[in-house]
Design a protein around this ligand. Structure first.
Ligand SMILES: O=c1ccn([C@@H]2O[C@H](COP(=O)(O)O)[C@@H](O)[C@H]2O)c(=O)[nH]1
Length: 273
């Protein structure tokens, strides 16, 4: 998906919501065990969540950890799920990869060719040659970890480096490796104090923003301080949406939470742009 297509999708939908499919077998509604596709209840859960939320979001993020944990079976579920996501929606593999160049090329092939993702999250720590293989794919996106949402971001990302902080160096250096057409950054919604600074350093880039919902980050703060003329935001919520109910109404409940985020986003799109 190109940047223009993504922007058009956000404008037409009035949403910059990304639903995270962090689907964990132990947390799924028990009644699904008697479903005809009980051999793959994670897929059945994802299918119903996607049907219930697709009108309110523009992207889905699959965190590969939740699928890798189940081995071959998990990879099959992941592939079925990504193939089920409508082609109108931006598909993110949250895999946090990155290695020496020839190895990164294989990761890129896995997520962009074998699996039909639009984007993959990548760790910046090993530098340019570890990131470039992802950026070489036309109309695909690399989403680099910038300032993450977790408390451990203080250990390295928020430490001084040169004239600024380490994460600032990551953002400004990596901006030269790709362009706002193929490179986004992960910016945690819990990092409100840094939003304005981050936007001033990277005025045109899109951010994938995890950390609203279960981690307590503010949708309003990120929208007010980091939205740009093209919106420039994909705000992710995983647990708050997919586990809105553990009962038979789980999909309906997920749809309601996604609809509520959508309503709030429509307001910000009206007043902030
Ligand atoms: O800085 C980061 C980077 C990635 N994540 C991932 O996003 C989702 C958040 O899930 P919630 O349930 O909405 O908290 C999850 O897949 C994380 O691994 C992040 O939270 N922070």
């Amino acid at each position: 998906m190109t940047r223009q297509q993504l922007i058009a999708r956000i404008r037409n939908t009035g949403s910059y919501l990304c639903v995270g499919l962090d689907s964990e077998k132990a947390k799924l509604p028990r009644h699904l065990l008697s479903h005809p596709d009980a051999g793959d209840i994670v897929y059945e859960f994802n299918r119903q969540i996607i049907d219930a939320t697709k009108d309110y979001c523009v992207a889905y993020k699959i965190n590969t950890a939740f699928y890798e944990a189940d081995g071959v079976k998990g990879w099959e579920t992941l592939e079925r799920t990504v193939n089920y996501i409508p082609s109108t929606h931006f598909k993110i593999a949250d895999a946090k990869r990155g290695d020496i160049g020839n190895t990164s090329s294989q990761y890129a092939r896995a997520f962009f060719e074998t699996l039909n993702f639009d984007a993959v999250t990548v760790a910046p720590y090993m530098g340019e040659d570890s990131v470039k293989p992802f950026l070489e794919y036309k109309d695909k996106w690399t989403i680099l970890l910038g300032l993450t949402s977790n408390p451990g971001s203080r250990d390295f990302e928020l430490q001084p480096a040169g004239n600024g902080l380490l994460y600032e160096k990551v953002l400004t250096t990596a901006a030269g490796w790709g362009s706002p057409d193929n490179l986004m950054y992960v910016v945690g919604a819990t990092q409100a104090a840094e939003f304005t600074r981050i936007r001033s350093l990277t005025p045109d880039h899109f951010y994938l923003v995890p950390g609203v919902g279960a981690q307590g980050g503010s949708l309003e703060a990120i929208s007010r301080n980091a939205m740009n003329k093209d919106v420039g935001l994909l705000v992710n919520a995983s647990r708050a949406v997919i586990y809105a109910s553990a009962g038979e109404d789980f999909a309906q409940a997920a749809g309601s939470v996604a609809a509520e985020y959508h309503r709030e986003m429509q307001q910000y799109l009206t007043i902030l742009r």
